[in-house]
Design a protein around this ligand. Structure first.
Ligand SMILES: CC(=O)N[C@H]1[C@@H](OP(=O)(O)OP(=O)(O)OC[C@H]2O[C@@H](n3ccc(=O)[nH]c3=O)[C@H](O)[C@@H]2O)O[C@H](CO)[C@@H](O)[C@@H]1O
Ligand SMILES: C=C(OP(=O)(O)O)C(=O)O
Length: 430
């Protein structure tokens, strides 16, 4: 079993580079299924989700190479094979295979997706969209069966603002007959990125990045070359780390406009954030003030930064309150932080965190991806050596994290343990 070991309180200084966006990557790769000639995507992060999607495309007959962040996908031989089990369970975004395969083959069988458990994560809005386009959708033995004689454009109002449903409906609609209108669409930058790729493949999409997206179906889509946007969640994690433990850190390959909500909250806490065109510099921070944060859909404060941000709150003077309006159960990291001496309690969807406290090393478990990121940040400032278990969650979303942090001076390494040493008994925490 692999763990991260972090000896905390090392001075961190220098430049750290952000990789391509996970939540774009996991949609761009399935989008290639819709093309009738090769697609290349540059700047992809080297994360487990990307490797898993590569295997999934190969399972349906694609020829895929992935080297130095560049994926070349030859989709012409792909077929609408059923994917009820296996790799689809390893990531959330396997749901994009539904939209892309339905769009190209007019049929798909995809096992219900995996990904982080953060409370219930239904896909009813995806299904509502597919049905509106003319698909018959059934759930059989844990897999979603989709079939359509033809797909026809439709007006679809999303009852919940959903990133996944917005992108999935776009994927299914680009080759449908006529016009599709998605109302109450999500506005995340990753949606614009996917719409850009599809448009460069020949799709006709207007309004991506607003809450009404219009898609005029086309007969076919061709290959293209695309460069992915930077990962705003990885960038936010590094900015929080710079505020927590930095002695002057530049976070490079950032679109500062994407970071507005987290930048505003950092400034409110007393952190200096100096923005450049494609980077931000955060000097050493002396004193942090408590703040209240509420996660919201974009451009609000991202739920994916809630867990890392809560670590910063342990170092702020006073009582901070962080509320997650997107997920009902995204606070499993708080119990782990308490093992490290944090003073915090969870009330429903809110965590109340008192600071400042000195964090101490402990053996802790990453219950999900951003919980893992939060524990890495905590380990970097804790006294002693912190051991983080279940690091596969972290590796699902952070590219070369060990190398990147070492580049700043962190004492972090990955080790393989013979036996489970985490302090807990089987208490269902994971
Ligand atoms: C692979 C990917 O891009 N993952 C991101 C994506 O997840 P994901 O696409 O799963 O998140 P959604 O935006 O769909 O979910 C937002 C909220 O809507 C609810 N909902 C969603 C769909 C649906 O059909 N019905 C429904 O009720 C969800 O339970 C959740 O409470 O956006 C989330 C919200 O920014 C991020 O935390 C995830 O990192
Ligand atoms: C929740 C996340 O990912 P996923 O949707 O892939 O589980 C995340 O990136 O924080």
């Amino acid at each position: 079993m692999e763990v991260f070991k972090i000896r905390g309180q090392q001075p961190l200084k220098g430049t750290i580079k952000v990789s391509g966006a996970k939540n774009s990557a996991v949609a761009l790769i399935p989008a290639s299924i819709l093309a009738n000639s090769p697609v290349t995507i540059d700047g992809l992060p080297e994360i487990l989700d990307v490797w898993t999607l590569k295997e999934l495309l190969e399972e349906i007959g694609g020829t895929v190479s992935f080297e130095n962040g560049k994926m070349a996908i030859e989709p012409t031989e792909m077929q609408g094979m059923p994917l009820p089990n296996g790799n689809v369970k390893k990531l959330r975004a396997s749901y994009y295979l539904m939209g892309a395969m339905l769009g190209r083959f007019k049929k798909a069988v995809i096992g219900l997706p995996g990904g982080c458990f953060l409370g219930p994560r239904p896909i009813d809005q995806h299904i509502k969209g597919f049905e509106a386009l003319g698909a018959k959708v059934t759930n059989e033995h844990g897999a979603i069966y989709l079939r359509a004689d033809e797909l026809r454009g439709a007006k679809i109002y999303l009852d919940v603002v959903s990133v996944g449903a917005t992108i999935n409906i776009m994927l299914a609609a680009v080759l449908a007959k006529g016009q599709t209108i998605i109302e109450n669409a999500a506005k995340e930058p990753e949606i614009i990125d996917v719409a850009t790729l599809l448009s460069n493949m020949g799709a006709r999409i207007k309004g991506a990045g607003t809450n009404v997206i219009r898609i005029d179906g086309v007969e076919e889509l061709h290959g293209t070359n695309h460069t992915i946007i930077p990962d705003r969640i990885e960038a936010g994690t590094f900015m929080i780390m710079a505020a927590l433990a930095g002695d002057g850190i530049t976070v490079d390959n950032v679109i500062p406009f994407h970071m507005e909500a987290v930048t505003a909250k950092l400034r409110e806490m007393g952190v200096k954030v100096e923005e450049d065109e494609e980077s931000v510099f955060i000097p050493k921070t002396a004193n942090l003030s408590a703040v209240d944060v509420k996660t919201l859909v974009y451009p609000g404060f991202a739920t994916d930064l809630q867990q890392p941000f809560s670590v910063l709150m342990t170092q702020a003077t006073g009582s901070s309150v962080i509320t997650d309006t997107i997920y009902s159960a995204r606070f499993k990291h708080i119990d782990e932080l308490k093992r490290m001496n944090a003073s915090a309690r969870v009330e429903g969807r809110t965590a109340i965190i008192n600071g400042p406290v000195s964090l101490q090393s402990a053996s802790v478990r990453a219950s999900d991806l951003r919980a893992g990121a939060a524990l890495v940040l905590a380990g970097l400032i804790a006294e002693g050596e912190t051991e983080i278990h279940d690091i596969y969650h972290i590796e699902r979303g952070y590219s070369n994290i060990i190398e990147k942090l070492r580049g700043l001076g962190a004492d972090i390494r990955k080790e393989t343990l013979e036996v489970e040493t985490v302090g807990a008994t089987e208490d269902g925490r994971n």
